[in-house]
Design a protein around this ligand. Structure first.
Ligand code: XIL
Length: 494
């Protein structure tokens, strides 16, 4: 016989599950909520005549977080490069069958939002359909295939709708010799020149660019590129610029050599574009994020110092969509929060981070995990944020604990009489209603910092073991486990 279900046990199980669900939901990270815009000014409004660009990913209009993606794209950037949608495999997947549906959507997004467009790319050995790469060609037939592709693609957006085209991409080896490709192997060295002449004939106003990686500093590869451009200029082969892709690591590059390299191209009379910048770091420690920010800001500084440098582009928006999976290479994190690299660009473009006016006798609470961020309230919800106006929202009076004078409470300078308290696991700024419950929820025991003993952590008077901490950028009351949460629960009173 089957054992009858023991009802109270079932009810207990259901209750436990419900409680777990409710409690669990209190501690949901804030990632579901759209990230706030970064403090300070948007990059595209700071950049003057320098174009600030990004690579727009495939189908960005139909992703689950498309609204957030488009908001950041449209507010921060004024230059757009389709990351994949204009490549040969996307635009001519089989011979003479041209498909522009995807690329047109990128173009129309850019046009709607006042962005210039960078076409990428006409002739490249990669993302090249098999029918081209493995066709049986001779020099004449392959040249005609290349001409037809250039004509049809460039003409689809004729008359300068595309501000600049990467006509040829990545044609050199590291030692400066030509890379093996169907174009190189069948047509020979002249394929680059033929492509540039054809592109000029197809659109007389678009800028024609040669684009490559590891050509940022003076080296064998960039010297081969230099010699080619010098030769083109001497012989009247049309070329307007070179693209330095700028796929870097947190170690950066030799910035003096970058400046010297850009200068020698400028002296030839061509423009320089930073076309695909990203900076890989293995993990998002403060030190790595800062190193990454320094690389971005050093490259930007050299570009700004060189009048021929016309654009600074990043190869994507949030880290999670970067082609460099797991390398945290971009200026927005997975949740579209601006990283130190973003703020480094903002500062480098001349934006200023507002400085707070400290009010005597009060304290700001600096986050140990994100040291440019401080505990503040926005409306009545507490979060950590850059120093954004009104600065009084991040100033607190530390007063004897409302529930116990051996502990402390935090009173807002902006709204005297309102205190930091927890309410169902969240942290709010609330008026003291005088009840015992309120007073103990607004009372904290200051402890040695969980992540660093020179700092402080705050344990709830009402719930020992639960600490004031942030989850992403929202303040919560939570148990702390692991070093990341310890860092999130550690503050410095300033
Ligand atoms: C990359 C894209 O980011 C990826 O989505 C794609 O799978 C491969 O290509 N140099 C270039 C870019 O010129 O086109 C490449 O983009 C990155 C390296």
């Amino acid at each position: 016989m089957r054992k009858p279900i023991h009802r109270p046990a079932l009810r207990h199980a259901v209750l436990t599950l419900l409680v777990a669900l409710i409690v669990g939901s209190l501690y949901l990270p804030a990632s579901a909520a759209p990230a706030a815009a970064p403090s300070g000014q948007r990059l595209r409004n700071l950049s003057g005549s320098l174009l600030i660009g990004f690579a727009s990913m495939n189908n960005f209009w139909s992703m689950s977080d498309s609204a957030q993606y488009q908001e950041v794209a449209r507010t921060e950037f004024n230059f757009l490069t389709p990351e994949n949608a204009m490549k040969w495999d996307a635009t001519e997947p089989s011979q003479n069958n041209f498909t522009f549906g995807q690329a047109d959507q990128h173009v129309s997004f850019a046009q709607t939002n006042g962005m210039k467009i960078h076409g990428h790319t006409l002739v490249w050995h990669a993302q090249l359909p098999d029918w081209v790469a493995y066709g049986s060609w001779n020099s004449t037939t392959l040249t005609n295939v290349m001409y037809n592709h250039i004509d049809r693609v460039v003409n689809h957006w004729a008359d300068g709708q595309i501000f600049a085209w990467d006509v040829v991409n990545e044609a050199f080896n590291e030692n400066g010799t030509r890379r093996s490709s169907v174009f190189q192997n069948v047509i020979g060295n002249s394929f680059i020149e033929l492509a540039f002449r054809r592109a000029r004939a197809a659109d007389p106003v678009t800028k024609l660019i040669y684009n490559d990686y590891n050509v940022e500093t003076v080296n064998a590869k960039s010297t081969a590129m230099y010699n080619m451009v010098a030769d083109f200029k001497r012989r009247g082969v049309p070329i307007d610029g070179v693209g330095l892709q700028m796929h870097l690591s947190g170690n950066g590059i030799d910035y003096n050599s970058l400046a010297q390299n850009m200068q020698r191209f400028a002296a030839l009379g061509v423009e320089v574009y930073i076309t695909e910048m990203d900076v890989g770091i293995s993990s998002t420690t403060q030190a790595n994020l800062q190193a990454q920010a320094n690389v971005y800001s050093n490259v930007l500084a050299r570009c700004k110092a060189q009048p021929a440098c016309k654009a600074f582009q990043v190869w994507g928006i949030p880290d999670k969509y970067s082609w460099r999976t797991g390398e945290n290479a971009l200026i927005f994190d997975n949740n579209y929060n601006a990283k130190p690299a973003y703020y480094a660009l903002q500062t480098g473009l001349g934006g200023s981070t507002p400085t707070p006016t400290p009010v005597t006798g009060t304290r700001r609470m600096q986050s140990y995990n994100f040291q440019s961020r401080y505990l503040r309230h926005q409306g009545y919800r507490a979060r950590i944020d850059e120093n954004v106006s009104p600065f009084e929202d991040s100033q607190f009076r530390i007063v004897p604990g409302l529930a116990n004078s051996g502990a402390i409470s935090f009173e807002s300078v902006n709204f005297p009489g309102r205190y930091l308290r927890h309410r169902n696991g969240e942290i709010w700024l609330d008026a003291n209603d005088g009840t015992a419950g309120f007073r103990s929820d607004a009372t904290w025991n200051r402890r040695a910092g969980l992540a660093n003993s020179g700092w402080s952590s705050y344990e709830s008077y009402n719930y020992p073991g639960q600490y004031l901490r942030h989850s992403n950028y929202l303040m919560i009351l939570g148990a702390v486990s692991g070093s990341l949460q310890q860092a999130d629960a550690t503050f410095r009173e300033q």
